[in-house]
Design a protein around this ligand. Sequence first.
Ligand code: B12
Length: 316
Amino acid sequence: MPTASETTAIPRYTIKNVSKKTGILPVTIRAWERRYEFLSPHRSENRYRMYSDSDVALLMWIKNRVDQGVSISTAINELHTLQNNGFIPEIKQEYQSAYPKPTGIPPAEYAARLYRAFKKSNEIEAAEIFAEARAAFTLPALLANVLIPTLTQIGEAWYRGEIDVAIEHFASKFIIGKLMHIFQTLPLRAKREFIIIGCAPDEFHEIGSLMLAILLRSQGYRIDYLGADIPLDDLVDFVESEKPAMVILSVTMQGAAKYVEIASQKIAALKKAPLFGYGGAIFISQPKLRLQVKGTYLGDSINSAVETIEKLFPGK
Ligand code: B12
């Protein structure tokens, strides 16, 4: 089944249809394309420009800004900056805002509210809190300051015996669902390097790697996200056939850390070896484990991992 962004990318409208939908004259749409390289519509067999739903959404966004008095070149620059920060005009405005709309409520308060909703297994409340926090913060802030603290509270409460495993599963599945939705609705037409991300064998904590996958895709990288517990030989075969620029593995539990060392060696031995990066909670609590790995330790947080990768692949 196609993802939301694949569906919205299907070219289906002529310039006349688009003009009707957006209220922008065909001549203006063509001028924006010529002068600012804004949109590169698919060409039909008879060379007609064909636009997708996603193109229509982008044009509407630009039109709104121009109607607000912003110049066309500024509006296009704004759009590119927002897209690089994870804004997706193609998806519904109530799900995310173009500019974060601060509510004055600190992220820790959202984390506490989300935790309380999970504790009651109240999905409606959790969804409302999540939607409000999503609109209030940038993606990196949402992940680092709302979702990770919520998961930490869940883990601590589970460890103290205050909540059941069922609540922990309810909360982590809810968060994974929301994160997968964000991941799959980010633009798929990547302009930057191809990176494969997932977890080492025996590692079932996948949320950190999924968060990193989201932030990197929002920065324009092409990302294949493979999730938890990837068998090493399959990973190496996949890397050999797909030829990514980088492979990243994440580990939380001590038992899985040894596989990162083995994976790093197997990947380094490939003919055209990609870069190898790694991270996760176990490499923070036991830094000595890093000594064995042939690759780049990406840092103690998801955001530091993005910074490290940006340095490895400069020139957006
Ligand atoms: C959700 C969860 C699960 C879920 C995971 C679901 C899923 N599909 O991901 C399930 C139910 C599978 C699970 C299972 C287990 N879990 Co668990 N789990 C958690 C919980 C609540 C949240 C984990 C999480 O996703 N956090 C979000 C991430 C992003 O947070 P983080 O790791 O702190 O991330 C920071 C850094 O580590 C770093 N980072 C993270 N990932 C990456 C990746 C890269 C590349 C980089 C550079 C950086 C990076 O960036 C973050 C900061 O910005 C934690 C509690 C906690 N404190 O985290 C326990 C926790 C991790 N689990 C724990 C345990 C004990 C287990 C089990 C052994 C339980 C059991 N008896 O079965 C199993 C082990 C399974 C396995 N072999 O992997 C313990 C681990 C203690 C330890 N170190 O030994 C914790 C800490 C709970 C606790 N307080 O005791 N768990």
